[in-house]
Design a binder for this molecule. Structure first.
Ligand SMILES: [Zn+2]
Length: 325
């Protein structure tokens, strides 16, 4: 028998064969673009996320139109309200910033799919994702009273025209609460993209600047997951699946490829991964220093996330992957 019998290099000899053998691809159809919308003013670049902006509604619509013309299929909307309060009432206000932006986007671009972030932290003065009460040594985020507010928020987004809602709070039971509330108001067809395994991580740092949502006291480790926990991530995802989530998300993405791979084996519904602000900032900073080839590294990270099992990736690099740039 000649040795070696298997020569994998045979299939790597030219670009055509390499393309034919490629197992995983990433293209615009796999990507969702997260965008930040603010009340009024001019667009503002986010210092720790170069190339990303906080957009007033009118400019957001124009930017979305440019991206949609180039093939953008869906965007995820985060709102920065004009004012905050202890409850986070701006989250479900009929004329809240996300509701206004969603209406404007759907009017101008009915085919562009709008996914809305459902959480309270951008709208609460204290910056936590739920209802707060003082507790020994700090504060406590109350789970069950928060569910009702999240459900109210999701319904208001659907009423404004959101095509999908994405709860990011990590309260227990929120998917079931949202599903019940949406169904009761006639939104049986509005899917829920659940931030199912969302880890507490410093990788969210730049986002908090973008969304002005850093907690004023304490941190989010009382509701977001511990970075060391792999089995618990599957448990969290199972709960959201059982409560009726249509899509399960893992966040952050690159530090959690094992979680994605585990989830891919266990669940047959679509999986999403969020390439978060810190992942974006790391690549941007290294590229600016001339240490990395940005375009190639971006493509490779997205491929790795897809290879691990994500059907779709929420990424700030989405515009770079659209054609005709
Ligand atoms: Zn939150």
């Amino acid at each position: 028998m000649p040795f070696p019998l298997h020569r994998p290099r045979r299939l790597r000899q030219n670009p055509a064969w390499r393309a034919l053998m490629r197992e995983t691809r990433v293209g615009r159809e796999h990507l969702v673009y997260p965008m930040f919308v603010q009340a009024g003013g001019a667009r503002q670049e986010i210092a720790s996320m170069p190339g990303q902006f906080r957009w007033p509604v009118n400019e957001l619509v124009e930017e979305a139109r440019r991206l949609h013309d180039r093939g953008l299929a869906a965007l995820l909307l985060f709102g920065l309200p004009e004012s905050k309060d202890d409850q986070g009432s701006g989250a479900w206000a009929e004329n809240g910033i996300v509701q206004a932006a969603t209406r404007a986007l759907k009017r101008a671009l009915p085919d562009l799919q709008i996914i809305t972030d459902v959480c309270l932290c951008e709208y609460t003065r204290h910056g936590h994702c739920g209802v707060l009460r003082p507790a020994p040594g700090g504060v406590e985020v109350l789970n069950d009273p928060t569910l009702e507010l999240l459900a109210r928020t999701a319904v208001s987004h659907a009423q404004a025209g959101a095509d999908m809602v994405a709860p990011s709070d990590m309260m227990d039971g929120r998917v079931a609460a949202l599903r019940r509330a949406l169904d009761a108001r006639g939104f049986q067809q509005t899917p829920i993209l659940a931030y199912a395994a969302k880890f507490a991580t410093a990788f969210y740092g730049p986002f908090r600047e973008a969304a002005e949502s850093a907690p004023q006291t304490g941190d989010r480790s009382g509701y977001q997951m511990d970075m060391g926990n792999r089995r618990e991530a599957l448990h969290e995802m199972q709960l959201d699946f059982d409560e009726g989530a249509d899509i399960l998300m893992v966040k952050p993405a690159l530090p959690c490829l094992d979680i994605l791979a585990d989830a891919r084996r266990r669940f047959d519904i679509p999986l999403a991964a969020y390439q978060v602000s810190g992942e974006y900032a790391m690549i941007k900073a290294a590229a600016r220093a001339g240490w990395l080839d940005e375009a190639r590294v971006v493509r490779e990270t997205l491929l790795a996330i897809r290879r691990a099992g994500a059907d779709m990736v929420l990424s700030y690099f989405t515009p770079d992957l659209l054609p005709d740039k």
